[in-house]
Design a protein around this ligand. Sequence first.
Ligand code: ATP
Ligand code: MG
Length: 206
Amino acid sequence: MSIIAIVGNKGGAGKTTLSLNIATGMKNRGRTAIIDADPQRSSLQWRAFAENDAVSVYEANNELGVQAQILMQDYERIIIDCPPSVFAPQTNKALVISDRAVIPVQPSPMDLWATIHIVEAVEQAQQTNPRLRPLLVINQLEPRTILSRLVRDAVKEIGIPVADTMIRRRTIFRSSALEGKSIYEVGRRGDEAVEEIEQLIQEIMQ
Ligand SMILES: Nc1ncnc2c1ncn2[C@@H]1O[C@H](COP(=O)(O)OP(=O)(O)OP(=O)(O)O)[C@@H](O)[C@H]1O
Ligand SMILES: [Mg+2]
């Protein structure tokens, strides 16, 4: 599997955070790059602060499919950080060329409802791209709250696979990005977050 779209229909779900950290974890396994397809260009901004050996981030152009094909000559895996809408053309362009659609969702009802449109978009993309396999990931989990427990149950009703790994709300995800780093580059402070992201990578690569 080689192209992974990180998609969502709600701002702030964690697409960029997961893109940067999953890409860094995958880079430790083989050549990996990010295409930033969100007009907010958050991944590119992060890259501007990052160290030279950080994962490469490319600005998406309008021919996303062609761009990804060309990059695949140099990289084993491409992560596409998508705009926060399934109705954005770049999201659909990403879905029709990807092997995986990773969908972060926050444990809140509104975020969950917004995800229903993603399922439709994934199913539509699968008509031309039957390789595409979606994986919903709960992000910013606060494990001891009732809401999180309710959402964990509700998410199963959506009808697409849900990752066993849930990513907790952790300050290190924010502070590392502020430092232009991934959670892999902050020493012991990142250990627990790294463990979660490593587990998630295993699931994505299955
Ligand atoms: N697991 C987490 N723990 C703590 N903070 C998180 C976590 N995931 C994301 N965040 C923070 O939540 C905010 C939104 O995350 P992020 O920018 O990754 O979302 P996004 O889906 O890319 O948003 P947008 O739709 O605006 O592109 C950021 O401040 C980020 O640092
Ligand atoms: Mg983003």
